[in-house]
Design a protein around this ligand. Sequence first.
Ligand code: ATP
Length: 424
Amino acid sequence: MIERPLYLDRIRPFIGKPIIKIVTGVRRSGKSTLLQLVRAELHSQGVPEECMLDINLEVYANRHLKNPNLLYEQVKAWADSLGGEQGYLFLDEIQEVESWEQLVPGLQTEFLVDIYLTGSNAHFLSGEFATYLSGRYVEFEVFPFSFSEFVRLRADDGVVESMDEAFDIYRVLGGFPFLSYLGYAPDPCREYLLSIYDTVVLKDMVERESIKDASLLGELLPFLIANVGHTFSGRSIERMLEGENISISIGSVLKYVQVACDANLLYRASRVDVMSKKVFKSQEKYYLVDQGLREAVYGNNDRNIDQVLENIVFLELLRYGWSVTVGDKPMSTSDNGKNLSVKSDSPSREIDFIASKGSRKLYLQVCYLLADESTIERELKPLEELRSDYPKYVLSLDEVDRSQKGIIHRDIRAFLLDSHNLLR
Ligand SMILES: Nc1ncnc2c1ncn2[C@@H]1O[C@H](COP(=O)(O)OP(=O)(O)OP(=O)(O)O)[C@@H](O)[C@H]1O
């Protein structure tokens, strides 16, 4: 098991404080394991085992605890036994408990225990949840491994390889932690990733949202996954699917896309005019929570390398808490706006990502190789024309440094390995 300082550093200030800690994220991204890391940290600080109660509500042996009254009784018995010592309560897959959002805040106030919950995001979005827990929780979203976590895990597993070799695996198979147990062998990894995909679709989308036409969703999702990083509109998708004899209304497209976002499968980057800050409706781009899922569902990660690299950088920015939009028409503009942006369709005018975090901002272009003068011009020009003191990056797989005119060129792999310093 590798440490995940990216998340632990964020959770740490809240440990022992009277606020509920909720760990969300796509299935199998490492939420339960993160809670184990929190427990290990408490342990190393001298918190005795009996002061921690860990209940996984998906385990068969705990099925009776899905009844909130029985869960309440069990927590009460444990809390009473602590004789005034601080208790730490870990409830894994809390959505399994009926009306959990009514139970949990009461546990905190009645027994003064420090509470940690996990569940997939889709389950934390209900109106009920907001009513009962508003202002009483902090949320931490866990993503599959970043490239640097992936490299750390490979090193822990004793694998000796170059950064390029490691990245070639990562950009195809992605960062789901369990893949290391499969030795990153392509076929078993593909099967494993498809099983995650199927579970997310079935449990977090179809069942939860009571989607009647699951087969339509099954047709739409692979299409969206194939097109990550491309500009999207409900109408363009409707038309393209029509070409394949699939009939779907714009309303259904938009609804299904939202459901995929709620399930932490897709992430939206809206497009903004860098000058006016106007948001262009329906010209968004979507990215997938993990590029390995794209390879499993659609394939072609090797061929569609530009899209995959964009996806990797977008997710890295989210991991570090940046908000990301797509930037349009950056000609002769200055930048006081918030958010990160994506490319427009007029090549010389787009900026792949505008990322914002508090008062910080970054402009980033992502491409495979700055192979010729026209590519260099296309990628660098929009940044050159932007009058801004914020850092401007061009990220590619070139090893030759093409930094110029205030634009920092970085090898994507090196950027990702240094993101703890650059993006924190
Ligand atoms: N930090 C880590 N180091 C090594 N392996 C990990 C790490 N985190 C998770 N894993 C492995 O990945 C798999 C999934 O992890 P985990 O069960 O924590 O995910 P989860 O998000 O809680 O899953 P689910 O959504 O199904 O509840 C497990 O096999 C676990 O051992």
